[in-house]
Design a binder for this molecule. Structure first.
Ligand code: FES
Length: 149
């Protein structure tokens, strides 16, 4: 007598169901895996765990991403902010330093805030004000910067 036994039920795979946000996260992890960032239209995605951006894991640290003309600042554990890196004075983009309260451009020594009040626009000869800020969103370790905001 030959008998067979099917244990299909036992082997039934448990499919993992991902939410839309989890799917998006995995796609962005893949797209940012080479350089740590990926620009899609006017949206920049940054993997803050990638070696090119991992400074952003520490509060008070910033990265001047000259490829995308943006200053990325880890302001607090929860807040990751993005600003135009064009100095409101005469447009210099590569001489920034940061201390609590704002960014300082070493070209002529002017400082600019990170608040939301008066915004000093790029190369407008302004010697004070806040840098232009972009809307950001953090999904786990992936930062989204909306340059259209
Ligand atoms: S260009 Fe930045 S302070 Fe003058």
């Amino acid at each position: 007598m030959i008998s067979s036994c099917s244990n299909d039920e036992d082997q039934e795979e448990v499919e993992e169901i991902l939410t839309e946000e989890e799917m998006t996260y995995l796609i962005l992890k893949e797209k940012t895996s080479k350089n740590g960032s990926f620009l899609e239209g006017k949206i920049l995605y940054v993997d803050t765990t990638h070696e090119n951006y991992s400074k952003l894991l520490s509060v008070g640290e910033f990265i001047n991403d000259n490829d995308h003309y943006v200053l990325l600042l880890r302001k607090t554990d929860e807040e990751l902010l993005a600003f135009s890196n064009c100095c409101p004075h005469l447009g210099t983009s590569n001489r920034w330093s940061y201390s609590i309260g704002g960014f300082r451009c070493a070209n002529h020594g002017n400082s600019y805030g990170t608040g939301t009040g008066f915004v000093a626009n790029c190369s407008s000869k302004s010697r004070s004000g806040n840098l232009k800020q972009y809307t950001t969103f953090l999904n786990k370790d992936i930062l989204t910067v909306d340059f259209d905001s």
